[in-house]
Design a protein around this ligand. Structure first.
Ligand SMILES: [Cu+2]
Length: 455
């Protein structure tokens, strides 16, 4: 798999970034201090590119003793760039460096994080945002990226556990890119305007309708882009995962004091449990017959046909459960896939070109945000119900207790890929497996004395 590096084209614009992982003492706007592990800031540097650019990201590790990597969440990079310690590389230890290079071949909202000791590393701050724009499509006048995170118990929106203020001209377009960088679900409340959920996991929603009076629920690792036209009064974005934080977008031209008075008040905590959640399986519109792309006038996005036109060549079932199993040689009440804890979970083996139907069954009492690396999946059904809205293409599928999801995966990115629960504590307790292409092998090993601990 080390030869699977893609073919970053000569002549393309190169976006060069250098990230240095470090341990640092941080003081948040509330005055709370915490020891964090960061890529130089919290969140890490906001990476941006245009479609077709070459990303060239140098990762240095100054002093994170556990080691670090860069994994591009939701970005279907060539396998050797996937950043999984023990599967696609060795962890980058203190004093070491590694350069990641790949073509920005998808537009939308993504994020990056360490995949070495990820349960601890991501929680402590080794994550950042990654946005790829369409070169010719009109951009929102105000474009805000908000990563929601629980930093060892401190709820953050962006880099703040208090208010973050932006301004926008009334009547102009605003896009707020919500990213759940946490290990558990987050609910978001948009106050002061109706909005559209314009994109999910980096893929545009086909003909999204206005949403009013509903929350957005993001599974761990998931993203939703919120779009609205700036009203004459402030808009507030709040999350149940960050009680003290709020993102305020105030109309420009209104004085600060007025803006403060007009900002929608913080609702009682009950709002997050009593307000209905937008169901993305019923949102937007199906593609017209014969159409394979979402085109809302801001750059079309190809959606491969879900059924019918490409026969399913392989079927896999993943039963998620809790069982007593050994994890790293220690008996645990483990999180299992098909009766086993990683690394004993049998891999899914595919051939390039396969069209794979994956059925995920959650037999536990907790959500499992299942995340296949290197691939997106299209939702065929949830509990037997076919999506009635836009095609739903995800890289993180939040499978709730008792649910059964049928997903379609196009095996078009050869390599050895992780497929795991993005509740990283569950992953560390066994809920991981590999998706392996026939004929691909990895020289990297994990566990034991290798120092590689992807979970
Ligand atoms: Cu889980």
């Amino acid at each position: 798999m080390t030869s699977l590096v893609g073919d970053a084209s000569a002549g393309a614009v190169v976006r060069h970034y250098e990230l240095t992982a470090r341990v640092e003492q941080l003081t948040l706007p509330s005055g709370q201090t915490t020891q964090a592990w960061t890529y130089g800031s919290l969140p890490g540097p906001a990476l941006e590119a245009e479609l077709g650019d070459v990303m060239e990201v140098v990762l240095n590790n100054r002093d994170v003793a556990a080691g670090v990597t860069l994994h591009w969440h939701g970005y279907d990079v060539p396998n050797a760039m996937d950043g999984v310690a023990g599967a696609t590389q060795d962890a980058v230890m203190p004093g070491e460096s590694m350069t990641y290079r790949f073509t920005a071949a998808q537009t939308g909202t993504y994020w990056y994080h360490t995949h070495q000791d990820s349960a601890e590393g991501v929680r402590k701050g080794l994550y950042g945002t990654f946005v790829v724009h369409h070169p010719t499509a009109p951009r929102a006048d105000t474009d805000i990226v908000v990563a929601g995170h629980d930093l060892s118990g401190l709820g953050l929106l962006g880099s703040s556990d208090r208010a973050t203020k932006h301004t926008a001209t009334p009547g102009s377009s605003v896009r707020v890119r919500l990213i759940n960088t946490d290990s558990v679900q987050q609910r978001y409340l948009i106050q002061g305007t109706t909005f559209k959920a314009a994109a999910v996991d980096g893929t545009d929603v086909n003909q999204p309708q206005d949403v009013d009076g509903k929350l957005l629920r993001l599974g761990a690792g998931g993203r939703v882009d919120v779009a609205f036209t700036m009203p004459e009064s402030p808009v507030a974005v709040r999350s149940d995962a960050a009680a003290g934080a709020v993102v305020v977008i105030a109309p420009s031209g209104v004085t600060a004091g007025d803006s403060e008075d007009l900002t929608p008040e913080k609702p009682g905590a009950g709002v997050f449990t009593t307000t209905p959640v937008l169901d993305l399986l019923e949102y937007g519109k199906p593609l017209e017959e014969g159409k394979h792309a979402v085109d809302n006038g801001d750059g079309s996005e190809l959606i491969r046909p879900a059924t019918g036109e490409e026969p399913i060549t392989r079927e896999e079932v993943m039963v998620l459960d809790r069982q007593f199993r050994f994890v790293d040689g220690i008996p645990r009440y483990a999180f299992t896939v098909n009766g086993a804890a990683y690394p004993l979970v049998p891999s899914i083996e595919v051939a390039e070109g396969d069209t794979v139907k994956v059925t995920v069954v959650n037999r536990t009492s907790e959500p499992h945000p299942m995340h296949p690396h290197g691939h997106h999946v299209q939702v065929l059904s949830r509990n037997g119900v076919v999506p009635s809205g836009s095609p739903l293409v995800l890289d993180t599928v939040d499978v709730l207790p008792g649910e059964v999801w049928e997903l379609l995966l196009h095996a078009d990115n050869p390599g050895i890929w992780m497929d795991h629960c993005h509740n990283l504590d569950h992953a560390a307790e066994g809920m991981m497996m590999l998706l392996k292409y026939q004929g691909v092998s990895s020289p990297f090993v994990h566990g034991g004395h290798s120092g590689n601990r992807p979970e």
